[in-house]
Design a protein around this ligand. Structure first.
Ligand code: ADP
Ligand code: MG
Length: 684
């Protein structure tokens, strides 16, 4: 047996992992978890007996116990909900696709037949599909055309503990559909809320105190180590820990590192690969596997495969570098070590400034516990926390639901379009603050999407268009409808799209909206920065990132979507392919780039920033200090005025995806007077 490795000097043992000791049978390490070996299998009969009779239920169970992959199959196999579709929602697109693929494989079915999925840009389902995985945003979108969700007999809201804004909104929509279906004597709707954490009282209360079914999980002891000292550079600390483990532990022990996003994961992956090439002869090989949402699906599947034996004598170790996807939605086998940086990238919203930023922040205690738990699924494990015990004590106990920390305008727009008459008092499971509700209504009325009469908020004709998105008939395909509703800030993009005919650039704007909505179409490995810059040069436009993106897209079309072309030009062929599949041809240059820029300026006017004498940038609307992200083609040029598509907060507040604009375009009569007034004041 493998001796326990000595804990690294920089760590000291932390508090015991707060869990019950392992019970019942052990899963042999390395054994494939076949359907019958999963913990949920032992409870199958009881589970089905309860679920057959219940209208609503909450199901909790450890990550990896088989909830997501097994429960839908049990229901189907036992004839529950067979008259319609069993829908399973996931907060993440990656998870929806990967879980559907897994279930189809287990059922020996072709993906898209009995088992399918529907996510943004990608619908692999058919009329035969009975088990359908979707993102929660997608089901919300479907509810616009079918508020009673009549197509579904069962809706499983998975990963509810994550409290994504769409899951929270869906809870309300599903609850109301369920009640109305009963009132109208239609086929009842069964609702199952699933969570990997124990704090589910709220869900049970919300569904009229419905029963909570508890799956006893399999868990093994986990030794936690905390940093002795606070770490100023968590990436460096992670790197050191990875190699410490790598040199001490047997190669079969895989390591899972929690990081915050694609860029740092790719950078760290590169560094690890470089270092591992120069280790002593007797050290195992290292197989570094990144996992993040924008990764092409085939690459994602690598996390499920064992490390290839590159090193005959000493084997090879799998080191997975993941975002919080691996916390609960995707289970990776063979993990013995978890390294937790304690950081996450999450949305944060300030209703006063109206700004929504993606910021690096501390995780919650609940998340820390989930991360830790990934180490003890198959046998005992170790968790290295790159933060001190004192720091941990300062973490919030729970993650604040997304609905309480993001811009609500698109949710309100959807609810209004759903016919919810009183959006301000909608039955949210956790109420957003009155300020952020008010800010969202303000924003919608600035965009002309709603009218306020007394206390009532009503959708205007324009708002209806924005929510439903009637594009040129040539684009009014289902796929497009799905796409547009799910873009990061639908109301803002729709605004830009709706005015684009006036600038004769609808096709360009629609293409841009798609390009910006799929998970990144460009690869930017930091370690190949110079190479990337060289090949991109031919596409770069001094007018900004949007025009540059259009140039790349045109070249992609011209190359016929060729995979080699994509590889040479660091383009993600899958994501780019998704965009072009939507019939977005854009063969020739139809519109003048200046028209595209004017249109973007007018559509994204709330996202304008201006150069200051000291070289910094201030947003025009809320006077917030921002910097141009180094990935922008305008990074070196210091343009006087730009509009941006997104805002990210790391060490600073960065604006990304920029277009150079003329400040005078913003004084256009077409923009709301309140905004022009503010603009005027900021100038004087
Ligand atoms: P839960 O939803 O309770 O967290 P899941 O149903 O997602 O559990 O997972 C059950 C098991 O299926 C896990 O052991 C996981 O490793 C395995 N699994 C899921 N997807 C795949 C896949 N694509 N390849 C291999 N194993 C998988
Ligand atoms: Mg699951």
């Amino acid at each position: 047996n493998d001796p326990d490795p000595p804990p690294a000097k920089r760590f000291k043992p932390g508090p015991p992992f707060p869990r019950v000791e392992p019970k019942n049978a052990m899963l042999l390490p390395g054994a494939t978890a076949s359907r019958r070996q999963l913990p949920i299998y032992q409870t199958r009969e009881a589970l089905i007996r309860h679920l057959r009779r219940l209208h609503s239920a909450v199901l909790i169970g450890e990550t990896g116990s088989g909830k997501t992959t097994q429960l839908p199959q049990y229901l189907y196999e036992d004839g529950i909900g067979r008259q319609g579709v069993i829908g399973i929602t996931q907060p993440r697109r990656v998870a929806a696709v990967s879980l559907a693929a897994r279930v189809a494989q287990e059922k020996n079915a072709q993906l898209g037949k009995l088992v399918g999925y529907t996510v943004r840009f990608d619908d692999v389902s058919s009329p035969e599909t009975k088990l359908k995985f979707l993102t929660d945003g997608m089901l919300l979108r479907e509810s616009l055309g079918d508020p009673l969700l009549l197509r579904y007999t069962v809706v499983i809201l998975d990963e509810a503990h994550e409290r994504s804004i769409h899951t929270d909104t869906l809870l309300g929509v599903v609850k109301s559909a369920q009640r109305r279906r009963t009132e109208m004597n239609k086929i009842p709707l069964k609702v199952i809320v699933m969570s990997a954490t124990m704090d589910v009282d709220l869900f049970s209360e919300y569904f009229n105190k419905c029963p909570v079914l508890y799956l006893e999980g399999r868990h093994h002891p986990i030794q936690i180590y905390n940093s002795k000292q606070p770490q100023s550079d968590y990436l460096q600390a992670a790197l050191v820990s990875i190699f410490q483990i790598h040199q001490e532990a047997p190669a079969s022990h895989a390591v899972l590192v929690f990081l915050t996003g694609q860029e740092e994961i790719e950078a760290l992956a590169r560094t690890c690969r470089d270092i591992s090439k120069h280790l002593p002869q007797n050290c195992p090989g290292m197989c570094v596997v990144p996992l993040y949402a924008a990764l092409p699906h085939t690459h994602q599947l690598r996390v499920f495969q064992p490390a290839p034996k590159v090193h005959a004598a000493f084997g090879s170790r799998k080191v997975v570098l993941s975002t919080n996807i691996a916390e609960t939605s995707i289970t990776i086998s063979g993990i013995k070590y978890v390294i937790d940086t304690g950081m996450v990238k999450a949305k944060r919203y300030n209703p006063e400034s109206g700004l929504e930023v993606l910021a690096l922040q501390r995780i919650s205690k609940a998340q820390a516990q989930q991360r830790c738990g990934r180490a003890g699924r198959e046998e005992s494990g170790f968790c290295y926390r790159l933060y001190t015990e004192d720091e941990f004590d300062g973490f919030m106990s729970m993650t604040v639901p997304e609905i309480q920390r993001c811009n609500l305008s698109s949710v309100l727009l959807q609810l209004l379009a759903l016919g919810v008459s009183d959006v301000l008092s909608f039955d949210f499971i956790s109420k957003p603050s009155p300020e952020s509700l008010r800010a969202a209504v303000d924003q919608l009325s600035v965009l002309g999407a709603v009218d306020r009469k007394d206390e009532r908020v009503m959708l205007t004709a324009l708002g209806k268009k924005m929510a439903a998105f009637p594009l040129d008939p040539a684009f009014a395909k289902q796929r497009i409808l799905k796409l547009t509703a799910l873009t990061p800030a639908p109301s803002r993009y729709s605004q830009t799209l709706l005015i684009s005919p006036g600038f004769s650039c609808s096709e360009e704007i629609l293409t841009l909206v798609s390009l910006l909505s799929v998970d990144s179409v460009l690869f930017n490995p930091p370690s190949l920065r110079d190479e990337v810059a060289t090949v991109r040069k031919k596409f770069v436009s001094s007018e900004g990132d949007h025009v540059t993106l259009l140039n790349i897209y045109r070249a992609f079309r011209k190359a016929g979507g060729n995979k080699d072309w994509c590889r040479e030009n660091f383009v993600n062929s899958r994501n780019m392919g998704l965009v072009s599949e939507m019939n977005l041809k854009l063969e020739s240059s139809l519109a003048e780039p200046v028209n595209v820029r004017r249109c973007l300026a007018q559509g994204l006017f709330t996202n304008a920033a201006e150069l200051q004498p000291d070289g910094s940038y201030l947003t025009l609307d809320s006077r917030q200090k921002v910097s141009i992200h180094p990935s922008s083609v305008l990074f070196q040029c210091k343009p006087a005025c730009v509009v941006y598509t997104s805002l990210t907060q790391t060490s600073r507040c960065f604006i990304r995806d920029l277009t150079l604009i003329d400040r005078d375009w913003l004084s256009s009569e077409a923009l709301p007077e309140s905004f022009r007034l503010r603009l005027h004041l900021s100038r004087s």
